[in-house]
Structure formats: structure tokens, C-alpha cells
Design a protein around this ligand. Structure first.
Ligand SMILES: [Zn+2]
Length: 279
């Protein structure tokens, strides 16, 4: 049996699979800011979804920057006490298996969408997650784009001297305007409660700036939008494409909502194990 674990900033999902395609069982719980409690919850969830069966491999998606070369956490805003420590410092109390692969959560979600979701028939996929935070990646020919540090499209500057981002500390980054947290601060309501077209037009204007930059640098065939705010895709889409067409000199590529929704990262985790096994 295989495991895919996706630690999001708000929720954690734990799922099991036998064939790396279909999910046997999945459970979800609020991500605890207390690391000890989080590990305990993961351990209990693993037992629940695996039914105690032996685990062959597991993938763990984490919200933060990891150092693949040294196998350590580089910048984990959720658990800063892990910064600079080896993966084992997290895994030792909750995932005591030989093969556990750690990856950035947005990369796994993008990989899931590129391999089996909304981007599956395209070669160059840009994935952007609009959630508690904003993240994303470029997947080319069903492989993650090589990069020295992890790609962080949410922290590109879209407005010089703009709102301060609590995560990167810069002023005017995309996340400071388009994350769920930013939405609540700017528009004084939760995105899931908002049906005001004028607000979504304003939101889409910021998003269009960020995506246009990604098109200029990443040249994708398709943009896949995931994360909690993608539930409002129908409110965003028309305004987003209209504003993008005014800004960019490239043709506006296909823009789709994620196919797997809440489970993009989980699916990406299973696809990643599949690819590792193939090698
Ligand atoms: Zn930022």
C-alpha cells in the first residue's frame, strides 16, 4: 500500500492507494500549528487510511521551501523550528518507513494536474494555487522544471511598494493581493461568501498581472488554477481573461480550473511515487 500526505496551510489530507491511481481511503483534518500535535494527527490518520497494512512508499507534501540537495527543510513558515533540519526531524515521530519522499505541496498539486488532471493533454503546464497562500510551478513534459530553489510565483512583485506580504516580507507581491488571507483583509469578507462582481473584477486585475508575468517567463500552453479560491473560478474567469488580453502581447493561453480540486496534491503524490518506481 502507498500513502500520499498533503500538509496544506489550513488542512492536511492523508490518503492510501494500492495502484497509485485510485484512492482506497482519504481523511482530512485542520493543520495544527503545534508540530507535536500535527505529527500525532498524521500518525493516527495513516493508521486509519491504511487499516494497519504495510506501507511500501509515502510522499509528503509540505507548505514551504525544501532543500532537495541536502534533504532538509529550508523555510517552513508554519513550523520555523524545522528550518535547516533534515526531513527525519519531522518524519521520525509519524512516518517511520524506509521510503518517504518529501516535496513542496504546490509542486505535487501541479504535477497531479499536469499528469492526470486539467493539464494532462498539454506539454507545458503552469499551475497556480490560490489558497491561504499562493504557490505554483511549471511542469514541462510531465516533469517538474529544474530550478535551484523552488519556484515561488506567489512572491513575484506585481505592484512596487504595495501591500506587505506576511510570508516573504516584500511589498506588493502576488500573494499579498490574491491569497485567501489577503482577500479577507482587502475586501472584508471571505472569498467563499463573495458574489460581488465588482470585487471579483478588482481581484482578477491583480491576478492578471501575476499570470501575465508567468506567461512572459514560463510560456505555458495552459494555466491551471487550483486552491480554495478556484471554487470561485466562474466569478474570476471572464474578467481575468479580459484583463489579461489587454495586458499581454502574447496570446492568452487556455485557463482551466483544477480537475482534482482539494485532492490535486494527493493525486500528484501518488503519480510521483509511480514515476519514482518506474525509474
Ligand atoms: Zn510574498
Amino acid at each position: 500500500m502507498y500513502l500520499s500526505i498533503d500538509i496544506g496551510k489550513s488542512n492536511t489530507r492523508v490518503a492510501s492507494s494500492r495502484d497509485l491511481k485510485s484512492i482506497v481511503d482519504i481523511t482530512k483534518f485542520p493543520t495544527s500549528p503545534d508540530l507535536t500535535e500535527q505529527k500525532k494527527n498524521i500518525k493516527e490518520s495513516v493508521f486509519k487510511v491504511s487499516g494497519g497494512e504495510p506501507i511500501q512508499s509515502a510522499v509528503l507534501g509540505v507548505p514551504g521551501i525544501i532543500n532537495r540537495f541536502s534533504g532538509s527543510f529550508f523555510k517552513m513558515n508554519l513550523y520555523p523550528q524545522l528550518n535547516g533540519l533534515a526531513y527525519e526531524s519531522f518524519l521520525q515521530d509519524c512516518l517511520e518507513y524506509k521510503e518517504v519522499f518529501v516535496e513542496n505541496d504546490a509542486l505535487l498539486a501541479g504535477y497531479g494536474e499536469a499528469v492526470g488532471g486539467s493539464g494532462k493533454e498539454f506539454d507545458i503546464v503552469c499551475y497556480l494555487t490560490l489558497s491561504t497562500g499562493v504557490g505554483g510551478c511549471r511542469i514541462a513534459h510531465k516533469s517538474a522544471d529544474p530550478s535551484y530553489y523552488f519556484q515561488e510565483p506567489g512572491h513575484q512583485i506585481i505592484l512596487e511598494g504595495g501591500r506587505e506580504c506576511p510570508v516573504c516580507g516584500q511589498k506588493g507581491c502576488l500573494q499579498a493581493y490574491t491569497s485567501g488571507q489577503a482577500f479577507e483583509e482587502i475586501y472584508k469578507m471571505k472569498p467563499e461568501d463573495c458574489s460581488d462582481d465588482a470585487i471579483w473584477d478588482d481581484y482578477a486585475k491583480h491576478l492578471a498581472c501575476g499570470i501575465n508575468n508567468l506567461i512572459a517567463m514560463w510560456s505555458p500552453e495552459i494555466i491551471v488554477i487550483g486552491g480554495g479560491l478556484s471554487q470561485k473560478f466562474d466569478f474570476i474567469y471572464a474578467s481575468l481573461t479580459e484583463q489579461m488580453s489587454k495586458m499581454t502581447f502574447f496570446p492568452v493561453p487556455e485557463i482551466r480550473k483544477s480537475a482534482f480540486g482539494d485532492e490535486s496534491g494527493i493525486r500528484g503524490g501518488f503519480f510521483a511515487i509511480s514515476k519514482i518506481i518506474e525509474k
